[in-house]
Design a protein around this ligand. Structure first.
Ligand code: HEM
Ligand code: HEM
Ligand SMILES: [Fe+2]
Length: 449
C-alpha cells in the first residue's frame, strides 16, 4: 500500500538530478584540464574541481539514500511518514549546507582530506541535519503497523552511516592518526554500512519487481549483511599499509579485503536468482534493468576492480594513481549511483502516475550511461597502468608521466560524452514525469502493479 507522504521523496530525487548534473560539469572541467584545456584555471583549479566533483557525488548519493528511505519506510511500515513538514525542513537545510560547502571550496574554504574536504564548522550542521532525518525515519518505524527485515536493515545502515561520520570530525595534528580515522568514514561507509543500505534498498526493489516471497528475499539479506561485516571491517586495513601504522595491517588488510568481493558477488547472485524465480513480469522493466544492473556492476567495479589492487604486493605500485580513480568511478557508479537511479526509476511512475517506461528513452539512458562509464573506466585503467609503469617502475618524473598519458584522456572524454548523453536521457525522463500527485499515490495497489 502506498502513502501520500511518500511524495517528499520526489524532491530529494529532483535534488539528486541537479547535483549529478553539476558533478558531471566538474568532471568535464578536470577532463579538459587533463588535455591542456585549462581556461578556468584561475577560478576553478584542478584541486578545487576535484574536491567539488567528489563531494557532489557523495552529497547526491546521500540525498538519494534519504529520498529512498522517505519512499520505502512508509510503505514498509504501513503508515504515513512521521512528519512531512520536518522532511521538507530537513531537505532545505541539507541543500543550504551543501551549497555553502561547494561555494566555499571555490574560495579555498576546505580541508585537504580527500572526500572529507567539508570544513569542520559545517560538519556540525551536517550532524544536526542527519539527526533530524533519522528522527523522522525512526519515529515512523517506532509507530509502524508492520516490521520487516528490509526496513530494519535500511534503518540500521543509515544510523551507522551517521555514527561513522563522527570519527572524521576529530581533530588530530598527527598525519597518521588523521588518516587512520579518515578511513573509518570513507572505507567503513562504502565497504561497510553503505552496503547495508544497498542491501535494504535492493531487497525492497526485488520484492516489488520480482514478486518473489518476502521471506525468500530477506533470507539473502542476512547473508549479505554477514559477508559485509566479516570482510569489510578488518578490510579497512588495505588503507593502512604504509601510513605509519603497525606492520600486521599488511596481512590483516590484505586477507580481509580480498574477501570483500564476496559480499558484492552475493548481491549479484541474489538479484539474478530472484529475477529467475519471478512469478510475474513487472511492467516497469527499466527499474528492473537498473536494479539488476547495479547488483552486477557493483561486483565488477567494487569487487573485481577493488580486488585487483588490494593485495599489498600490488598496492605498493598502484597506490594513489589513476588505477585508484579507475576503480573509484566504476565502484561508485555500479554500487551506489545505479542503485539510486534504480529507486528513482521505480518510484517515479508510482508517484506521478505516468508510465514513461513503455518508451525507448529509458533504455537509451541505461545503455549509453553504462557503456560510457565502462569506456571511462577502460581509459583510466590504461592511463593508470601506464602511469604506474613509467613513474614507479622506470622512475620517470611525475609531471613528465602525466604528459605521456594525455592521449588516454581524449578517450576518457569521448566515453564521458556518451555517459553524459545517457544521463541526459534519464534527467529528461525525470522532468517529463511531472510532479507527484496524491491521486497516483493514493491508489491501493499490490506489489506487481
Ligand atoms: C562500492 C564499494 C566501493 C567503492 C565505492 C570504492 C571506492 C573507492 C575510492 C573512491 C577509493 C579512493 C579512496 C581515497 O583514496 O580516498 C578506493 C580505494 C581503494 N579501494 Fe575501493 N571502493 C569500493 C569497494 C572496494 C573493494 C570491495 C575493494 C577490495 C576488494 C576495494 C579496494 C580498494 C583499495 C585497495 C583502495 C586503495 C587504493 C590506493 O591505494 O590508492 N574497494 N575505493
Ligand atoms: C562526465 C563524467 C565524468 C568525468 C569526465 C569525470 C572525470 C574525473 C576526473 C578527471 C577525476 C580526477 C582523476 C584524477 O585525479 O586525475 C575524477 C575523479 C573522481 N570521479 Fe569522476 N568523472 C565523471 C563522472 C563521475 C561519476 C558519474 C562518478 C561516480 C559515479 C565519478 C566518481 C569519481 C570519483 C570517486 C573520483 C575520485 C577518484 C579517486 O579517488 O581517485 N565521476 N573524475
Ligand atoms: Fe577500502
Amino acid at each position: 500500500m502506498r502513502f501520500q507522504s511518500q511524495k517528499v521523496a520526489y524532491w530529494f530525487f529532483a535534488t539528486c538530478m541537479l547535483l549529478l548534473s553539476l558533478q558531471i560539469v566538474y568532471g568535464f572541467i578536470m577532463g579538459f584540464a587533463r588535455i591542456g584545456m585549462d581556461g578556468l584555471h584561475d577560478y576553478i583549479p584542478f584541486n578545487t574541481a576535484r574536491a567539488t566533483h567528489t563531494n557532489l557525488l557523495v552529497v547526491w548519493l546521500l540525498t538519494g539514500f534519504m529520498g529512498a528511505a522517505y519512499y520505502i519506510i512508509p510503505e514498509e511500515s504501513d503508515r504515513e511518514l512521521y512528519s512531512v513538514k520536518l522532511a521538507y525542513i530537513q531537505l532545505i537545510s541539507w541543500v543550504v549546507v551543501g551549497v555553502v560547502a561547494i561555494v566555499g571550496f571555490h574560495f579555498n574554504w576546505w580541508e585537504g582530506r580527500k572526500f572529507l574536504e567539508i570544513p569542520r564548522p559545517l560538519d556540525y550542521l551536517v550532524v544536526v541535519n542527519v539527526l533530524t532525518f533519522l528522527f523522522n525515519i525512526a519515529m515512523t518505524i517506532w509507530e509502524a503497523k508492520k516490521r520487516s527485515t528490509t526496513q530494519l536493515v535500511l534503518f540500521f545502515g543509515l544510523l551507522c552511516a551517521a555514527l561513522l561520520y563522527l570519527p572524521g570530525m576529530i581533530y588530530f595534528d598527527n598525519q597518521t592518526l588523521d588518516s587512520y580515522f579518515r578511513w573509518w568514514v570513507v572505507h567503513l561507509w562504502v565497504e561497510g554500512v553503505w552496503e547495508l543500505i544497498m542491501g535494504g534498498i535492493l531487497a525492497f526493489l526485488l520484492i516489488k519487481l520480482t514478486g518473489v516471497d518476502r521471506e525468500v528475499i530477506e533470507k539473502w539479506l542476512y547473508v549479505v549483511v554477514g559477508l559485509t561485516f566479516l570482510s569489510g571491517i578488518l578490510g579497512t586495513g588495505h588503507h593502512y599499509y604504509w601510513i605509519g601504522t603497525p606492520k600486521y595491517w599488511l596481512m590483516v588488510g590484505g586477507i580481509f579485503s580480498a574477501l570483500e568481493p564476496l559480499a558484492f558477488l552475493g548481491m549479484a547472485i541474489w538479484a539474478l536468482n530472484m529475477y529467475r524465480k519471478k512469478g510475474k513480469d513487472h511492467p516497469n522493466k527499466i527499474a528492473l534493468y537498473w536494479t539488476l544492473g547495479s547488483a552486477m556492476m557493483s561486483f565488477i567495479g567494487a569487487g573485481f576492480l577493488g580486488f585487483a589492487h588490494t593485495w599489498p604486493a600490488v598496492n605498493q605500485w598502484t597506490h594513489g594513481t589513476l588505477v585508484t580513480a579507475m576503480h573509484g568511478h566504476l565502484a561508485f557508479w555500479g554500487a551506489y549511483a545505479m542503485l539510486v537511479l534504480a529507486v528513482i526509476s521505480y518510484a517515479m511512475p508510482n508517484m506521478t502516475g505516468r508510465k514513461l517506461f513503455t518508451g525507448m528513452s529509458g533504455y537509451l539512458a541505461f545503455w549509453a550511461s553504462n557503456i560510457g562509464m565502462l569506456g571511462m573506466t577502460g581509459a583510466l585503467a590504461v592511463a593508470g597502468i601506464t602511469q604506474v609503469y613509467l613513474e614507479r617502475k622506470l622512475g620517470m618524473d611525475f609531471l613528465v608521466v602525466q604528459k605521456e598519458i594525455i592521449f588516454h584522456f581524449y578517450g576518457m572524454l569521448l566515453a564521458a560524452t556518451l555517459f553524459t548523453i545517457g544521463i541526459t536521457y534519464f534527467i529528461v525522463d525525470f522532468i517529463r514525469h511531472g510532479l507527484p500527485s496524491n491521486e497516483a499515490l493514493g491508489k491501493n495497489v499490490g506489489d506487481l502493479d
